[in-house]
Design a protein around this ligand. Structure first.
Ligand code: SF4
Ligand code: MSK
Length: 631
């Protein structure tokens, strides 16, 4: 039943249509997996060398895995590694993979900035010169009297240096409160270079290297910090320089943003380098004319997942959906091209596209799909390649079968574009009104809801129910990624949604004309949240861990989410997960992450699958922090 899979009213009819069209979806494949691997869920399997794979016995395994000829009887791997080592190593590798994904995205943006500065990137320009100069100053680059391209080149090179090991500490670490920087220094977890921490983690988790779970997790914290205060922050800041710092915009969301009369192009993935050029190309008069000659009334570009968030934040381009909507967009039968770059792209899209007329176009040399048409994108020829992709889509319009089209009605209006700068502007030029509202108790605190969808959870349900419970209790919610899209679809990203909030939050939102749930961008833009909380902590003269703030990933699934959760905890933030990570096979690792971490870094993880109970836990933490501050 579609209603057991999603609360998205536009997804439901398409799940039913997929069944009629005999198209296999993510939920079908999930069911076909049968029982999950118990060893994998507990984190107690290892295939780091060919003496294994090794799997350990555990009291919570089902009986057939503990007794009998095929049962696992070992409590150590062949090399002697035990529960703590296996669990900590598996978790650490997930952190490294997540940090790598965000940071490689950041590196790509830095590379585009460099090519733009050298006039080698077609179609790109520096859109926020003010931010360029501010960042240059942060990196100690003299800007007086210099052309913006000269500054941009020096900045791009300085940022690219952050990936290796040059200065011994990432530049953006200095944005954290001093007391937090000192804590990281004392713990020896200041990130020394994005690549260095990730490479070192891969080294440590090789057979026979770091076998002390606490030591591994400590380096996991450092690796994640190289993402949050490194790669992700670089991605966000340099994207703002190139494409503009977001300001409040209005738009529409859900699968109903597809248009029956227009050529529909869905761009999906993460990096704005591709999507920004597509956004330019769809306005090319020749291409618009071609679309009309082909029988369409125009070209409709919309986004999916975090690429959607990038385009939405800066251009107000409509959002077709979040992670679990990607196949459904194709099932509408109305998408001429699904264009992808990197991350969170289901390989199944090729199979789904084959059932309709949709072109599935991959663009990144790092992310090829066997069933996709590959049109390689490079920023030196970005605009021309984007035009070529749009043309392919237009020429595919005639292949659409109107009898197989189902576009659900009623896209939902939304407001987005709340960068840190936009929030400060909305507050009248400083964070003081927000801090005063927190002090007065008008707002109890701030919760950041982030992360994905996961077919283990009814799509969007946890995001939406948790958010509603939080705003009702006067907690301002900031969101990114698929969480923000989920709440947008539920109408929570509108100023009128303030009517669902508690009296204090409602009055603040009404006076400022803002929603009670602020969309702060894509997954890498969680770095914007770090900047805001660091600024609030500085204003109050306290550490981030003292603030009435919390984070949650109610429906997370990706390794990037593991890295995000870890850097939130390492930054001193209580972080609630709506699904358990694969660590339950080591009570020591569980204790460290859900209790001991608080004594070390001031933040810790908790797991709660019920969204209402999860919201209650967050409220309790926020109230405790308020008490700690004497509020
Ligand atoms: Fe087994 Fe140790 Fe090899 Fe892992 S590293 S597969 S636990 S022998
Ligand atoms: S896109 S990482 S499914 S939030 Fe950033 Fe969504 Fe999660 Fe991908």
């Amino acid at each position: 039943m579609a209603s057991e899979k999603t609360i998205d009213k536009t997804a439901k009819p398409l799940i039913d249509k997929a069944k009629r069209d005999e198209v296999e979806l993510v939920w079908d494949r999930f069911e076909k997996q049968g029982d999950k691997c118990n060893f994998g869920e507990l984190g107690i399997c290892c295939k780091n060398c060919t003496m294994g794979p090794c799997r350990l016995t555990h009291p919570s395994l089902p009986i057939y895995l503990r007794v009998g000829p095929h049962a696992a009887k070992a409590n150590k791997g062949v090399c002697g590694a035990g529960y703590d080592t296996l669990v900590a190593r598996n978790l650490s590798r997930a952190i490294a993979a997540g940090a790598a994904a965000h940071s490689d995205h950041g590196r790509d943006i830095a590379h585009t900035l460099l090519l733009t500065a050298e006039n080698k990137a077609s179609g790109y320009e520096i859109k926020d010169e003010g931010k360029l100069k501010a960042l240059a100053a942060e990196f100690g680059i003299e800007t007086t009297g210099k052309d913006k391209n000269v500054i941009a080149k020096e900045l791009a090179l300085a940022v690219l240096d952050e990936f290796g090991m040059v200065k011994g500490a990432l530049q953006f670490v200095e944005r954290a409160p001093e007391v937090r920087q000192k804590l990281w220094k004392d713990l020896g977890i200041i990130p020394r270079g994005v690549d260095r921490e990730i490479v070192e983690m891969m080294h440590r988790t090789h057979i026979g290297v770091d076998n002390d779970y606490a030591n591994l997790i400590l380096h996991g914290l450092r690796t994640s910090l190289s993402d949050g205060w490194g790669g992700s922050m670089i991605a966000t800041e340099l994207s703002d320089v190139l494409f503009g710092t977001p300001k409040p915009v209005t738009s529409r969301v859900n699968l109903g943003v597809l248009n029956e009369k227009e050529v529909n192009i869905v761009v999906h993935g993460h990096e704005p380098i591709l999507s920004e050029m597509l956004a330019e190309a769809v306005n090319d008069p020749e291409l618009v004319e071609l679309a009309k000659m082909e029988g369409a009334t125009g070209i409709n570009l919309c986004g999916m997942c975090c690429t959607a968030n990038e385009l939405l934040m800066r251009r107000g381009i409509p959002v077709a959906g979040n992670f679990l909507d990607q196949e459904l967009a194709v099932v509408t039968g109305a998408v001429e091209a699904m264009v992808v770059d990197v991350q969170c792209i289901m390989p199944s899209l090729g199979d789904v596209a084959k059932c309709y007329h949709t072109l599935f176009i991959s663009t990144s040399p790092k992310a090829k799909f066997p069933s996709a048409e590959h049109i390689e994108f490079d920023d030196e020829n970005g605009f021309d390649i984007a035009k070529g992709i749009v043309k392919r889509a237009i020429l595919n319009f005639k292949n659409r079968n109107p009898g197989r089209v189902l576009i659900p009605p009623d896209p939902v209006d939304m407001m987005a574009g709340f960068s840190a700068e936009a929030i400060i502007a909305a507050l009248g030029g400083s964070l003081t009104p927000l801090i005063d509202a927190i002090k007065e108790g008008k707002i109890r605190g701030i919760a950041a809801l982030v992360g994905c969808n996961n077919p283990k959870v009814v799509q969007d349900k946890n995001h939406v129910e948790m958010t509603k419970a939080l705003i009702k209790n006067d907690i301002l919610v900031v969101e990114t990624g698929c969480s923000a899209i989920a709440c947008a679809k539920a109408g929570l990203l509108l100023p009128d949604a303030a009517d669902m909030a508690g009296e204090g939050l409602k009055s603040l939102c009404k006076s400022l004309g803002i929603p009670p749930v602020l969309h702060m961008g894509s997954c890498v833009d969680i770095s914007r949240i770090l900047v805001v909380v660091a600024s609030i902590a500085d204003e109050l003269g306290v550490d981030i861990s003292d603030l009435p703030v919390a984070a949650a990933a109610p429906e997370w699934m990706s390794e990037k989410a593991v890295s995000i959760g870890t850097y939130a905890v390492a930054s001193g933030i209580f972080t609630l997960l709506g699904l358990p990570p694969a660590i339950m096979g080591s009570s020591n690792v569980v204790d460290l992450l859900t209790a001991g971490a608080e004594d070390i870094v001031g933040g810790k993880f908790a797991v709660e699958t019920d969204p209402i109970k999860a919201a209650e836990m967050i409220i309790e933490v926020i109230d405790d922090k308020r008490k700690g501050l004497g509020l």
